[in-house]
Design a protein around this ligand. Structure first.
Ligand SMILES: Nc1ncnc2c1ncn2[C@@H]1O[C@H](COP(=O)(O)OP(=O)(O)OP(=O)(O)O)[C@@H](O)[C@H]1O
Ligand SMILES: O=C(O)c1ccc[n+]([C@@H]2O[C@H](COP(=O)([O-])O)[C@@H](O)[C@H]2O)c1
Length: 209
């Protein structure tokens, strides 16, 4: 019997909406590190995005479930959306480490998130709980200087196929009536349409008199 420890990828994100850039990053890292599974963890309240409106957690959770359903190695966790208050990765990793005490955790981030890790809560302790995998992302530099101040032995940079997709761009496209087919999974396109996400708010004209 193999005594290899279980390896679990953790892909945290706001996923508003989840898109193929997220899925390719998770798939590449799964293959790169031979991960047994990748758990997608939609944020509850992403405190660094408090300057903008974020869709309800339940919608983001369901889109993530739909997007990952076909891959037997992909799962979705509710730990962050079930926790009250702002979402901190230190809590995500503590919760998952408690659930999977016999596994090694690999936290997957894109270059932009990687570059901001020193601003995250309890960032030193993060690296005791997980190995961090930084994926390349079009429009965001990632090189050795991005890693300044981080424990090098706990961080790996991975080059993934470049997909210049962002949730911001997907939201803007829906808002202005442009298609998001093939930027996000088909089921997510349908979910966005069915629930009217990202559409312009209807304004009722008030009589000023
Ligand atoms: N196209 C992409 N390629 C690689 N990594 C990505 C890509 N898009 C997002 N990521 C990474 O996925 C994680 C979750 O991202 P998030 O849900 O914030 O998506 P986003 O597209 O960056 O959203 P937004 O545009 O709303 O800020 C982050 O670590 C981010 O860097
Ligand atoms: O822990 C923090 O302080 C922290 C600050 C910003 C982002 N994060 C995490 O980084 C991941 C990507 O976040 P976002 O906001 O780019 O979707 C997600 O899992 C967030 O919870 C974590």
């Amino acid at each position: 019997m193999s005594d290899r420890r279980r390896r679990i990828g953790v892909m945290g994100g706001t996923f508003d909406p989840i898109h193929h850039g997220h899925l390719v990053a998770a798939s590449e890292v799964q293959s790169w590190f031979d991960l047994d599974e990748v758990i997608f963890v939609p944020t509850g309240q992403p405190w660094q995005k408090s300057d903008r409106e974020v869709s309800p957690p339940e919608d983001r959770y369901l889109m993530t479930v739909i997007a990952t359903a076909a891959n037997p190695r992909f799962k979705v966790s509710r730990v962050d959306i079930n926790r009250e208050g702002p979402t901190f990765t230190i809590d995500t990793l503590r919760d998952l480490a408690a659930t999977y005490p016999d596994a090694d955790l690999y936290f997957i981030t894109g270059a932009d998130a990687m570059a901001a890790i020193l601003t995250w809560r309890d960032h030193r302790e993060l690296f005791e709980l997980a190995h961090f995998v930084g994926c390349t992302r079009p429009g965001h530099e990632m090189n050795e200087s991005t890693l300044e101040g981080l424990p090098r032995e706990r961080v790996t940079l991975v080059e993934i196929p470049a997909l210049a997709i962002s949730s911001t761009d997907c939201r803007a496209r829906v808002h202005s009536g442009e298609p998001v087919w093939y930027l996000v999974p088909d089921g997510v396109v349908q979910y966005i349409g069915k629930h009217g996400l990202y559409e312009p708010h209807e304004h009722t004209t008030k009589d000023a008199s």
